[in-house]
Design a protein around this ligand. Sequence first.
Ligand SMILES: C[S@@+](CC[C@H](N)C(=O)[O-])C[C@H]1O[C@@H](n2cnc3c(N)ncnc32)[C@H](O)[C@@H]1O
Length: 301
Amino acid sequence: MNYFRKIVPPIKCQGIKTKLVPWISAIIPEDFDGTWIEPFMGSGVVAFNIRPKKAILADTNPHLISFYRSLSEGIINAGLVRDFLQDEGEKLLKSDGEYYYTVRDRFNSEGNSLDFLFLNRSCFNGMIRFNRKGGFNVPFCRKPNRFAPALITKITNQVQAISDAMSIGEYEFHIQPFSDTIKYANENDIIYCDPPYIGRHVEYFNGWDEHEELKLEDALSSQNCRFILSTWHHNDFRRNSFIDSLWSKYHILTREHFYHVGGKEKNRNPMIEALVTDFEASFNKNVKPIPEQLQFFTSEA
Ligand SMILES: C[S@@+](CC[C@H](N)C(=O)[O-])C[C@H]1O[C@@H](n2cnc3c(N)ncnc32)[C@H](O)[C@@H]1O
């Protein structure tokens, strides 16, 4: 498995692991030849960059899965995305931004994947947030000219890159809770879990509490393949207590990752990220590029 040109997904989501992909890639055992299973797919950035031959990607958020499923089935493609964003972007501009709310209402009654992409790329802070009834409720980013030609080209290329990546592998998509996805695992597979971080995101498709974390550990410990779990280790103020209570019996790697809150340097919150594995990770030399950051990785027994 190699690490090629970086793929940036067209859909953004909270907790996206773009910056952690080289690290995750580097610890995938060289003998891995099974299915890559992601019960918490989110944007899919990890799977699409790892590029396994076979992948099962799942999430409880139906809109993320429907988007990628439609792409894999050819119901949407890069050309359709470009035309759609050109037409709708023009209406957005002419309405001085008001049209965003027409699309949002339409999406909340019909759940169309192209509307989801439109909202995801023009809403405030690129957030995916739903109210208690499951309605998308993020306001507009206030840039009526949001879909300028350069951005449309960028998104179209991102969609094409995902289509290309999917065309050389077998990808399955499922809308379901993690416990159902973990059950698919066979001996040669790897399960990569990236659940919502406890206490950080709480909303309709993204609730997570102690009960869920315990259930996840139970499900992972009951299957017979290898797993990698992303979680947070500590920040300047707190330590993740589950590292010591629940995950300490596994292998734990740590490194620093900055989460941006707003655009200002002073608002950056350094967060020490952890990867928990049920195998001893050795850094795979076949992964290109071998990240220079490896020298900063430390291992906790
Ligand atoms: C931190 S995000 C994953 C980010 C992803 N790794 C990426 O890089 O884009 C967590 C995801 O878990 C999903 N999720 C939350 N609760 C879930 C559950 N019980 N079962 C499956 N997915 C869940 C959310 O919808 C969200 O997309």
